[in-house]
Design a protein around this ligand. Structure first.
Ligand SMILES: *Cc1c(COP(=O)(O)O)cnc(C)c1O
Length: 425
């Protein structure tokens, strides 16, 4: 624990994730421009703590840059937005029977429904709350994850229409999700669009008049205008990362990576040749050299798969993780170059300062940029640059929101991470 509050004389923490909110705003405006060409708006996806970038500051940045909607996976994430004073349209889509259905209905959050059991939950919650629930019906057009199968769709749609006619729910949206939009030209893309068009037509024949029809995640938002319908639903692109190398580079689309992960070296020392490095001694120094200790490990979200392969900018050059990534730290071989404790190591960032990108880490670790940024651990303070004041939790919460409120306090602390780090909190 004490390691977390260690400050170097210049006041910088051990490790920190800087979040450039100007980049988030630029990315949302860029996406908005793309969507507008198809007559669509933007639902900025802020699930999973805004892909590790910090829910509230990113949500505020997305709204101020024009995102009409916000999307979350869990109802808790959506409720956290409401508790912070966000009153705009929000959809959340990952529901289980024991989820906070009634509170979410009462908060005016759109609830995604993929099956009859979920429709029953939402109508029950709406009746209990004495309030019309906002429902978006999700079709499984081929992803095979959540969503209603085409064979079950007519019954779901008809039941939803009956509940709507009673005034219990309002079907605000019909939507679906792509499986392979990050592989442009994949035959499933056209197939899913056909199934979606059929699902929409069936919903309309049943009498539903959804305000929003949406299908396009980041790769479809960037490469497939015919899939935009009324809203694009980008997540990773909001944070300036390309969905896949096949989709293109961030700069091809005017996107800028928002997260930069920096650490202060904890040790630099000379060692003789043939010295084993880190657990298992999978790296042996090829000759007398300088080893630098980067104080971030897998507990901070650095993948252990980066052992022997992850790239880091130290003392002006790319270095490679030497040996295994440990829980709290890893080592790089500076090959005799000079550095000292407190010097900066940049693990990844936008890339224009010579540092690696999250995509470089993804390639090194056999994963995707999404996982690199999202898995950065809770122990790493997020320092938000360019934050704007927003309506605080004081405006929105009720006594019932106790847990959300304390989460919100934590988030406020994170927003002020640079202050709390300075004060050693
Ligand atoms: C995560 C998610 C998105 C955003 O996907 P990206 O590839 O990050 O743009 C959109 N819709 C759903 C249902 C999701 O789960």
């Amino acid at each position: 624990m004490s390691e977390q509050s260690t400050s170097f004389p210049d006041g910088l923490p051990r490790v920190r994730a800087e979040i450039d909110l100007d980049a988030v705003r630029v990315n949302v405006r860029t996406l908005h421009g793309l969507a507008a060409r198809s007559g669509a708006g933007v639902m900025a996806v802020v699930k999973a703590d805004a892909y590790g970038h910090g829910l509230l500051p990113c949500a505020r940045a997305a709204r101020s840059a024009g995102a009409e909607w916000l999307g979350t996976a869990t109802p808790e994430e959506a409720l956290a937005l409401r508790a912070a004073g966000d009153t705009g349209p929000v959809l959340c889509w990952l529901w289980t029977p024991g989820a906070p259905w009634r509170r979410t209905v009462e908060a005016g959050i759109d609830i995604s429904v993929s099956a009859r059991w979920a429709l029953d939950r939402v109508t029950g919650a709406a009746r209990a709350a004495g309030r019309t629930a906002r429902v978006q019906l999700k079709a499984d057009t081929g992803l095979g994850r959540n969503g209603c199968q085409p064979g079950d769709w007519p019954a779901l749609v008809d039941a939803a229409r009956a509940a709507e006619a009673e005034g219990v729910i309002r079907v605000t949206g019909v939507w679906s999700h792509f499986a392979c939009a990050d592989e442009p030209g994949h035959p499933s893309i056209a197939a899913q669009q056909r199934v979606f068009a059929e699902a929409l037509a069936r919903a309309e024949r049943a009498g539903l008049r959804p305000e929003v029809r949406h299908l396009a995640n980041s790769p479809a938002a960037l490469t497939l205008p015919e899939s935009h319908y009324d809203l694009i639903r980008p997540g990773i692109a909001v944070y300036g990362i390309s969905p896949s190398p096949e989709t293109g580079l961030p700069q091809d689309f005017g996107l800028r990576p928002a997260m930069t992960l920096r650490a202060a070296l904890a040790s630099v020392k000379r060692v003789p040749g043939g010295h084993g490095v880190s657990y298992g001694h999978h790296y042996l120094t090829p000759g007398p050299t300088t080893l630098a200790l980067v104080p971030a490990g897998y507990a901070d979200g650095i993948p252990r798969h980066a052992s022997g392969t992850g790239p880091v900018l130290v003392a002006g050059k790319w270095r490679t993780v030497a040996g295994r990534v440990a829980m709290d730290q890893f080592v790089v071989d500076l090959g005799g170059d000079a550095a000292e404790a407190g010097d900066e190591a940049v693990l990844f960032g936008p890339g224009d300062g010579g540092e690696p990108t999250a995509e470089d880490w993804a390639r090194a670790c056999g994963t995707i940029g999404y996982e690199i940024v999202t898995r950065i651990g809770a122990r790493v303070p997020r320092v938000h640059l360019g934050a704007e004041p927003g309506p605080g939790p004081e405006g929105g919460g009720t006594a019932e929101d106790g847990e959300t409120m304390s989460n919100m306090k934590n988030m406020k602390n994170v927003i002020n991470a640079s202050d709390s780090v300075r004060s050693g909190a």
